[in-house]
Design a protein around this ligand. Structure first.
Ligand code: HEM
Length: 236
């Protein structure tokens, strides 16, 4: 006679494991959309080094592309909606997964395990909250102009230059801390996403680590180049 040994939980546990994988895929895909936005945003920002007219013309292009077939700002609003939906799904999935992980481990570890990357993993939640608060400030600063000393709609170059003026070094410092938080979040997030979407073993694991670090460093340096160039007088 053959006895089939049932694992505790059976179908329920399996369903939970399946939805956890689905949630991780949602996190990976929505994270990838945000990374794509950041790459395009960083490249757009770097146009400041080509001069006022290059940057402002590009910002105007983002609003007028598709006209007159499409209404003013159509592309921008599509980007805003896709990005907002992605960020909301990313946060909801992260919250559900974190709650599940906490429920599966009701007794806290006596000591936090020192596994590679565990520091980044633990800071993902707080990093995410800091990034969200930064985005709210950043939109009030450079999109609506509410908190910007210049704050003129369409005058992107002048808004950025007055924002990071040498006398406003504390704004540059704040942006630096936020962008570094973005960098750490990206490094660990991209690495996790690559593991979720692909296989992970030996050499591939190393390649995934290198890829995530390179993308995070390029984005961090690319974003910080603009506030630093303004504060140190290279762009005025
Ligand atoms: C540190 C250097 C950065 C600079 C100089 C910068 C500059 C700008 C400017 C000028 C705008 C307004 C663009 C326009 O109205 O056409 C903008 C919008 C925006 N930025 Fe940044 N940005 C930086 C970093 C970031 C980072 C790190 C993030 C995300 C984590 C981000 C997310 C956004 C978002 C979501 C918008 C709103 C786009 C919209 O709805 O129009 N930015 N940024």
């Amino acid at each position: 006679m053959v006895t089939v040994q049932k694992r505790p939980g059976g179908a329920g546990v399996r369903r939970l494991r399946n939805t956890s994988l689905q949630l991780k895929i949602v996190m990976a895909v929505t994270g990838a959309i945000s990374v794509l936005y950041l790459v395009l945003h960083m490249i757009g920002n770097l146009k400041i080094f080509l001069g006022r007219s290059e940057l402002d013309t590009y910002a105007e292009f983002l609003r007028t592309v598709g006209e007159p077939a499409l209404p003013y700002s159509t592309l921008l609003w599509i980007i805003r909606v896709v990005l907002t939906v992605s960020i909301v799904l990313h946060i909801v999935s992260a919250t559900i997964l974190a709650r599940r992980a906490a429920r599966a481990r009701p007794v806290r570890y006596a000591a936090t395990p020192k596994t590679p990357g565990s520091y980044a993993a633990r800071t993902m939640r707080w990093g995410g909250v800091i990034i969200l608060l930064f985005i709210v400030y950043h939109i009030l600063d450079l999109t609506t102009g509410t908190l910007n000393p210049n704050g003129v709609g369409g005058a992107v170059y002048d808004n950025v230059v007055s924002d990071f003026a040498p006398s406003r070094w504390y704004v540059t410092l704040f942006y630096t801390l936020a962008v570094v938080a973005v960098g750490f979040h990206l490094r660990h997030g991209i690495w996790s996403a690559l593991q979720t979407l692909g296989h992970s073993s030996g050499a591939r694991r190393h390649a995934q680590k290198v890829t995530s670090t390179v993308i995070a460093v390029v984005l961090t340096v690319g974003f910080l180049a603009v506030p630093f160039a303004v504060t140190f007088g290279l762009v005025a």
